[in-house]
Design a protein around this ligand. Structure first.
Ligand code: CS2
Ligand code: MN
Length: 361
């Protein structure tokens, strides 16, 4: 595996490449052209400039998170082919620039949904949190208004004000889209992009829906083992793979994370590893990465990745806000750096143990 760190670009991120370079064991950056809108073709010059900036800082551009999918593709409107053509052109340009991993998601309307962006924990840190009660009590517009005030001035991915201004139309677009239709639209999209992925060896890594169930009545399909295996089978190409995000699949306590990882051998192209602490099955918060701070056994998650021979980029995911840092919620420097160091520590221990066992055989 390659330990990486998500970075939104010098125009948008409070974290610098120099800081990332100083996190022990982090050698790669996962980035995006954050200023582009879903459906737009990415300019080669912008891709190369991003890559150069990262390489000049002594790091590698290990993949893109995300090239977002236009709602026309997810809904399957008559103009979807135009947007898929644009997507293919972007992939082609990324491939030509030597980028081989692209993360995306297929969530209708929103990216991840949290009901609080700064819940205060007993140690004074703040974290992103979710309660089903709050979602049930709010409509999406109210929720956007209530959380945007806590975003520390940042634009949250998937919650861009321009999109939220059209939220009613967006919901209207999805009126007739159920899970089956969404699956069919995903299949159509994947079948069209696979040739360019084959040509440039681009691993597509779908990010799970977060939380892993329907919110506000919208369909959600990338939520559990059964659905993800269905997706792997429906377009059975190794370039059709997943981002294994423990914090997103883990929102549903019925998901057995190490078992899911093992069942996806060869198809996990990117890993997001973080912990959650459940206060009840419908109330969770994004704790520190350490097993003892949350609900998941992080050792077992890393062991499963090790056992399947995972060799792609991995990154700590959302972190707490600590040490008075002011940053995009979930994406500060300090707690994610602690997360990276911790995950590297687990990996080193697993690797050494494994080699010792092999040597003594
Ligand atoms: C999130 C998402 O869990 C996560 O990593 O922050 O915004 C994620 O980047 C997208 O869903 C991937 O397309
Ligand atoms: Mn994630």
């Amino acid at each position: 595996m390659q330990m990486t760190f998500r970075w939104y670009g010098s125009k948008y991120d409070t974290v610098t490449l120099k800081q990332i370079r100083q996190i022990p064991g982090v050698t790669g950056v996962i980035s995006t052209l954050y200023g582009t809108a879903p459906g737009e073709v990415w300019e080669t010059a912008d891709i190369l400039a991003l890559k150069k900036e990262i390489e000049d800082a002594g790091l590698s551009l290990a993949g893109i998170e995300s090239v977002n999918i236009h709602d026309a593709i997810k809904v399957g409107t008559p103009d979807r082919d135009r947007y898929i053509d644009n997507y293919i052109t972007t992939l082609e340009r990324l491939g030509q620039a030597g980028i081989h991993m692209v993360c995306y998601n297929f969530m209708p309307v929103f990216d991840w949904t949290r009901t609080e962006l700064a819940r205060v924990r007993p140690d004074g840190s703040t974290v992103l949190a979710y309660t089903q009660e709050a979602v049930d009590a709010l409509n999406p517009e109210d929720m956007f208004a209530s959380i945007s005030g806590d975003a520390n001035g940042a634009i949250l991915p998937g919650w861009e004000p321009e999109r939220m201004a059209h939220i009613k139309e967006l919901f209207e677009m999805y009126r007739d889209v159920d899970d089956e239709k969404l699956f069919a639209n995903l299949k159509y999209f994947l079948e069209r992009i696979m040739p360019v992925c084959d040509k440039y060896d681009i691993n597509m890594a779908i990010h799970p829906d977060d939380p892993a169930w329907s919110v506000f009545g919208l369909p959600r399909i990338i939520i559990n083992k059964e659905n993800i295996l269905r997706m792997m089978k429906m377009v059975d190409n190794p370039h059709n793979g997943v981002t294994f995000c423990s914090g997103s699949y883990g929102t549903n306590l019925e998901n057995d994370l190490p078992d899911m990882i093992r069942s996806l051998k060869g198809r996990i192209h990117f890993a997001h590893v973080r912990n959650l602490k459940f206060n009840s099955p419908t109330d969770f918060e994004e704790s520190a990465h350490l097993s003892s701070d949350g609900t998941f056994d992080m050792y077992e998650i890393m062991l499963a990745l090790y056992d399947i021979g995972f060799d792609g980029p991995i990154r700590p995911d959302h972190g707490r806000m600590i040490w008075d840092e002011v940053a995009m919620p979930g994406y500060g420097l300090y707690d994610r750096a602690l997360g990276a160091a911790y995950l590297n520590g687990l990996w080193e221990a697993i690797d050494k143990q494994h080699k010792k066992e092999e040597a003594s055989k």
